[in-house]
Design a protein around this ligand. Structure first.
Ligand code: XMP
Length: 515
């Protein structure tokens, strides 16, 4: 297992998790903690180096989050990014100024290749800038190692103290050689060797679970999503038949999905685990009858899910461990507190209070999504499950605007199936960089004509977005000919649909899902 750790101190920047993922892509383990993590805890964490993230504040602001000055005296290599860079300057006696205009977007910087941070980087390289404040004077002992005409201190360093700071964002793709810079920091400046490797993770985790569980009984709520599937297979590798997986089919899954999950995890699949499929479709439809308000639908589905699971768990009796597919982004504590709840997410997080168990096992607690996928592949889980796009807990329930009925579920399932099939056939999921795409059923009926008959049927909305973090998303430009095929097939093959609409809204202001 890994010995080397990088600490990412979060000053509230939107790219905090991306920075951590990039470090891990360098095969170096890292964790994100709030900017005000106490010095004693930092010492106990024993990082090989520290990265300060960006953030929305100005160092002059009354409530500006600032690092503890002592951090600069402890000998840890430090890399400040954007606001983190300004923090380094400000706290060490440099000057930070406020620009009249925000600098935002792709910029070419001149870098000094003598700096360890820019080893192997082109002398003129494209980076992503996004700031209003900038460092106008470096602190004593710091040297400018990158500049642009409008940002004279695009990067600075204090070689002796191993402190580096960049005004731009090396972690985003638009910074073409950003990964090289992060690698230079992690390997050449922090002197990491790269000991965070997925195959090691599988072996150590399986061994640790075996040692912990012994002869105990383990229960897992399996949704068929990537996280719970990978968690279940890890557990099954470790404890085999001591594991029972409960899969609740709430009737709001994509077409054939319930059977696909059963084919992999059920008695005919490759894993020797006890698999219980609960066909609770009718129960969910009954509860949802007449309900139109999105938050109520979400709550009803979440609560009913817990109820069904509870009933199954009671039949099994008490268990020793409950498995949860929690992943690292769920665990990270933000640097600047919580944001507003836009939607109440339904996950299996509500389960513990209803099941009699001794302890929770969260084998993926330290992993990002892409790492969970690597583990999944390592474990031999089929590609289509590992690369499955995200699917919300309340399922199609929030992709049917208004009341959910069995008939509407069938319509949206069939339309969505055609959509996915044609996207795959045209290969545009990769070429258009689709993060998520699905069909939704608008609650709107409109007039059409089919043959010589008047129709009055539903409109299907096609949603497709490009996104890497699901926090912001741009609507994807799927080629017209592909959309044309999808639209024709849906109106021809799906009964009850006579119109197909394209959702061309980004997030914000829309969200990815409709409800
Ligand atoms: P929104 O619609 O908020 O969705 O832009 C962002 C991402 O979250 C997924 N999503 C959910 N995932 N439980 C989940 O596990 C939920 O209740 C839920 N609601 C939305 C959504 O599919 C998208 O990937």
């Amino acid at each position: 297992m890994q010995n080397e750790k990088i600490l990412v101190l979060d000053f509230g920047g939107q790219y905090n998790q991306l920075i951590a993922r990039r470090v891990r892509e360098c095969n170096v383990y890292c964790e994100v903690h709030p900017y005000n993590m106490p010095i004693e805890k930092i010492k106990a964490f024993n990082p090989k180096g520290i990265i300060f993230t960006g953030g929305p504040n100005s160092v002059f602001g009354d409530d500006a989050p600032l690092a503890d000055k002592e951090l600069f005296t402890l000998g840890y290599p430090i890399l400040g990014i954007c606001y983190g860079c300004q923090t380094v300057a400000y706290l060490n006696g440099g000057e930070v100024s406020h620009a009249d205009k925000r600098e935002y977007g792709k910029t070419i910087v001149d870098v000094d290749n003598n700096s360890k941070l820019f080893k192997g980087v082109s002398p003129k390289t494209q980076v992503w800038m996004s700031h209003t404040d900038f460092v106008s004077k470096t602190p004593a002992g710091y040297k400018v190692v990158a500049k642009t005409p409008s940002c004279p201190v695009s990067a600075m360093e204090n070689v002796e103290k191993k402190i580096y700071a960049v005004q731009f964002h090396p972690e985003v793709n638009h910074s073409i050689e950003g990964m090289k810079m992060l690698k230079n920091f992690v390997y050449d400046i922090c002197e990491c060797k790269g000991d965070w490797i997925m195959s090691d993770f599988v072996k150590t985790t399986v061994d640790a679970i075996k040692a912990k569980v012994g002869n105990g009984k383990v229960l897992c709520a399996l949704s068929g999503g990537v996280d719970s599937s990978v968690a279940a297979v890890l557990l099954s590798k470790a404890v085999g038949e001591q594991l029972t997986c409960v899969f609740v089919d709430h009737g709001l899954l994509r077409k054939n999905e319930g059977d696909e999950v059963e084919a992999v995890f059920g008695p005919k699949g490759p894993y020797k685990l006890n698999f219980i499929r609960v066909n609770a479709q009718e129960r969910f439809y009954a509860k949802l009858k007449g309900v139109t308000e999105p938050e109520r639908k979400r709550k009803i589905i979440g609560e009913e899910f817990i109820r069904v699971f509870e009933e199954e768990a009671k039949k099994i009796g008490s268990v020793d461990y409950l498995v949860q597919g929690t992943i690292y982004p769920d665990v990270i504590e933000s640097g600047l507190g919580k944001s507003a709840t836009i939607k109440s997410h339904h996950n299996v997080g509500g389960l513990p209070s209803v099941v009699d168990f001794r302890e929770i096992i969260e084998p993926l607690r330290l992993l990002f999504k892409d790492e969970v996928r690597k583990v999944g592949l390592e474990l031999g889980i089929p590609d289509y499950l590992v690369y499955r796009q995200p699917f919300p807990g309340p399922g199609l329930g929030i992709r049917i605007i208004g009341e959910v009925t069995k008939e509407k579920v069938k319509i949206v399932q069939d339309a969505d199936y055609i959509y996915r099939e044609e996207i795959a056939k045209a290969g545009v999921d990769k070429s258009c960089n689709l993060g998520q795409y699905f069909a939704a059923l608008t609650n709107m009926q409109s007039v059409g004509v089919m043959g010589d008959e008047r129709t009055y049927d539903y409109a299907i909305a096609l949603r497709a977005v490009e996104t890497s973090d699901f926090m912001t998303a741009d609507w994807a430009r799927i080629p017209y000919d592909v959309l044309d095929t999808i639209s024709r097939r849906i109106v021809n093959e799906v009964r009850g649909v006579n119109r197909v609409l394209l959702d061309c809204t980004s997030k914000p202001p829309a969200t990815i899902e409709f409800e």
